[in-house]
Write a protein that binds this ligand. Structure first.
Ligand code: URA
Length: 439
């Protein structure tokens, strides 16, 4: 017999939980026998006091086996996926899924919704009218086999524990915890029946791990779990010191991905292609996914194959095919009716730094992300970025444009955005997107 409050107290008092205690708590919560307020308390205790490696592995295993592990043995070929630890404007999944599938490597992807200040692939895809991220297990396998990729969320069959806990962490300030992130990501990824995984572990002001050292620690913990399940795992440590690409916000990010898959550029007032970082990171991640499948002799060949899939339009065709198969009509992608420029009146100089987490919170002010688990998102709202770190800044330059169709929400977001950037007189060191790759 276990008492939820006693288990919470034990973790609160910094003791190690047994496997049986973790299993009892997680499974009872998943079945609805433990209420949200007790789960929230345990999450906060874990947030503050951490978990040992043994506890983290047990938590991952329990969350994984709260549902089924997808049997992908009928899919004849290498199956791979990518997962990001979360960021702002972080939309690479929508490009790399189709790129890698077009290159002949299967990508069965279980994704999440927005978490904390970061965006989520499921919310982005659901901005496409009709797109259904809640496919049955059979359909998930059928579509992966037929198209090469399928994007779904946690369901009552697949990772139901993460489905509930993820939504609760989103609104209880319990996201930035190494064991909770590890268990959340790896339970989903190990449920997919994949052979290999590429992790995009973010660091910086918009990441859950603020420093490269913390991101590396998380990457190593994630890799150890994946390798323990016998998977090939690669982790890239990438910067979230500035938002990725031109937009954050659900339909805006889908739009950006379509533009990139159509080989379009968007040149800023400073002569920079604002799609370039999204495009480059998507290709680098795709290259690792393709290379680990053994499809190419070298990583450089894999990169070239990924680029060919993008440039030839094959990835776009694959994306359209995937959307249609999941009920989505990409030609009806909605956009916002209103825009408002956020102009800087502080000083001239160079863009020194962003506070990317606060930019994500400005997105929540616009209802592009959630404050409560049952919040309904406004899928067309979001933020456009006009400047990258190091760009020259003049008085009255537009730094952001707010997009949305609820202009009454703009003022709060605008006030926050005014505090989200710093200007310096000295040009800062060039921003580095990819810091390190752990093989
Ligand atoms: N992505 C997830 O799926 N879970 C986390 O906890 C963080 C990022």
């Amino acid at each position: 017999m276990y008492f939820p409050a006693e288990i919470i107290k034990k973790k609160r008092n910094k003791y190690e939980l047994t496997a049986e205690e973790i299993e009892f708590f997680i499974m009872s919560y998943t079945r609805g026998e433990i209420p949200d307020y007790q789960m929230s308390a345990l999450l906060m205790a874990i947030f503050f006091n951490g978990m040992t490696t043994t506890e983290t592995v047990t938590l991952t295993k329990t969350m994984l086996h709260s549902g089924v592990v997808v049997d992908t043995s009928s899919i004849d070929g290498f199956k791979t996926d990518k997962h990001s630890t979360g960021g702002v404007g972080d939309k690479t999944s929508l490009i790399l899924g189709p790129v890698v599938a077009a290159a002949g490597v299967y990508v069965p992807m279980i994704s999440g919704r927005g978490l904390g200040h970061t965006g989520g692939t499921l919310d982005k895809l659901e901005s496409i009218p009709g797109f259904n991220t809640q496919q049955s297990l059979e359909k998930f396998i059928e579509l992966t086999k037929k198209i090469g990729t399928c994007f779904i969320g946690q369901t009552k069959d697949i990772c139901p524990a993460d489905k509930k806990i993820y939504a609760l962490r989103d609104v209880t300030a319990t996201v930035e915890s190494l064991p909770l992130i590890c268990a959340s990501i790896m339970s989903k990824k190990m449920a997919e029946g994949i052979d290999g995984l590429v992790l995009d572990v973010k660091f910086g002001s918009g990441a859950f791990m603020k420093t490269p050292a913390k991101a590396k620690e998380l990457a190593q913990a994630l890799m150890a779990i994946g390798q323990g399940y016998g998977k090939k795992v690669v982790a890239m440590l990438t910067s979230m010191e500035q938002p990725l690409g031109r937009f954050s916000g659900n339909s805006l990010e889908v739009f950006e991905c379509l533009e990139i898959m159509k080989n379009k550029k968007f040149i800023s007032a400073d002569g920079i292609d604002l799609y370039e970082d999204t495009r480059e990171l998507s290709l680098q991640l795709s290259a690792h996914m393709i290379f680990m499948s053994g499809k190419t002799a070298s990583l450089a060949d894999a990169y070239n194959l990924a680029a060919e899939m993008l440039v030839s339009g094959k990835a776009l065709k694959k994306f359209e095919e995937m959307c249609a198969a999941q009920g989505g009509d990409i030609h009806k992608l909605p956009s916002a009716k209103n825009k408002s420029a956020v102009v800087q009146t502080k000083a001239s100089g160079f863009l020194q730094a962003y506070n990317v987490e606060k930019i994500g919170l400005a997105g929540i002010c616009l209802r592009a992300g959630r404050q409560k688990t049952d919040d309904v998102l406004n899928l067309v709202s979001g933020i456009e970025f006009h400047k990258k770190i190091g760009d020259p800044i003049n008085m009255n330059d537009v730094i952001f444009t707010i997009h949305g169709d609820e202009p009454q929400l703009f003022k709060e977001a605008e006030d926050l955005l005014q505090t989200c950037f710093e200007i310096s007189l000295q040009k800062p060191a060039p921003h580095v997107l990819i810091k390190e790759t752990l093989l």
